[in-house]
Design a protein around this ligand. Sequence first.
Ligand SMILES: [Zn+2]
Length: 490
Amino acid sequence: MRKNKTLLFLILLTLGSLACKTLVPGAPPATITPTESSEATSAPPSASDAGSAGLGDSLYPNFGNGGYDVQSYELEIAVNNVATSDLSAVTTIQATATQDLSSFNLDFIGFEIASITVNDQEAEFERAGQELTITPVQALTDQQTFTVRVEYAGSPESVQSEALPFQTGWITYDQGSYVLSEPDGAASFFPVNDHPLDKALFSFIVTVPKPYEVAANGILTETKDNGATQTFYFSARDPMASYLATINIHDFDIETMQSPNGIEIRNYYAAGLPADIRKPFARQGEMLDYFSGLFGDYPFEVYGALVMDTDFGAALENQTMSIFGMDMIDRDDVTGTELVVAHELGHQWFGDYISVADWSDIWLNEGFASYCEALWIEHTQGASALDEWASHEYQDISEFPQFYPPPGSPTADNLFNGGVYERGGLTLHALRLTIGDEAFFKTLQTYVQRYGGGNASTQDFISVAEEISGQDLTDFFQGWLYAEKPPELP
Ligand SMILES: [Zn+2]
């Protein structure tokens, strides 16, 4: 994610007043009421076999759920009214139990649930906050694969995350709707195991009234004309963290191209946007190829940008389709806006292909994407421009330390603080100056190779850097990631 800098300061300044409204991490999990009787004939479920209501994240212990691993989501959504996002939907989840399960939870907010089946049998469920607890007729056994089908209707309610002071999830506005889910907005439009630890494949079957169109992750495999409506089939065939799942509705102008090395690009622009809004995206192909050379091949089957015709002060690296608020694009500053484009594109490796194991590792996303901006500056403007970037950033973090806390220990109510971006990016620059270019880029490549498609922790990255450089970097990372005052740049 990249926020508008003005907004970032507003956010930081308003956090004090928001703190009282935030939820307390570690709040008790939703109560699970055992059913009085069970039709199960063997191994009757016991309360101790209930899947946990959280995945134990250090900042957000209730995000996600325990006891199973999702392989795929299919979201079949018919939007009946775009102005209100009134929709009828069926989400089908293929999962594997990782323990015996008498019941398990999904994260889901709002809507009227018509029915839930587990392996085609009607299941009981109850809801408490965002926890949806499902009790199948037949208890599930460890390693059993199962299918959950949830049928629901209504209008999505956007989510006030405890992590940041603006609404996330499915957002409806005058001209259509878009999705901005980091970190916990996905539950606003589908039942989900909402933590990056449980990555899965996604497919989308979305029906909208004409002339509206749909932009979602992955490849558009089919468009079906139903007369007054159209159905769009998208398939995302690489594992994806749930917060990166996106469905956007508008009338779009689609621009397709290829990178010089042949990576497919499709950009979606809300119809009616001025033509020069496209300029900062013209070099995405070059960026994809350049970063592929530095980090390893672009990890997904397609890429592209999505620009909506509304302001939301942010851009987000939705997998294969980064979204940009109109206010993130300065048409008079193409070079500056290209850095936002490079940031979201860099996230495809750092954040999307390698996802955080715990939300406290967020600098592994934002510090790396910020350094991708610096790498683009170096590539396009030369080494002295990179030095200027570094001294400017260093001046920021040392003059205003209150806005740039140590990147390794963000707090639950200020996940996207300036420290995880600027000081996180500088941490990588300092590492490069400490271990040298060769070891630094080999560290990045090894890290991508080893953890791509899955998750990594800060310690995982440190271990790779130490292994490749042959240096003990304990003090280095302690200083840059955790010390109150940032170390001097080497
Ligand atoms: Zn970012």
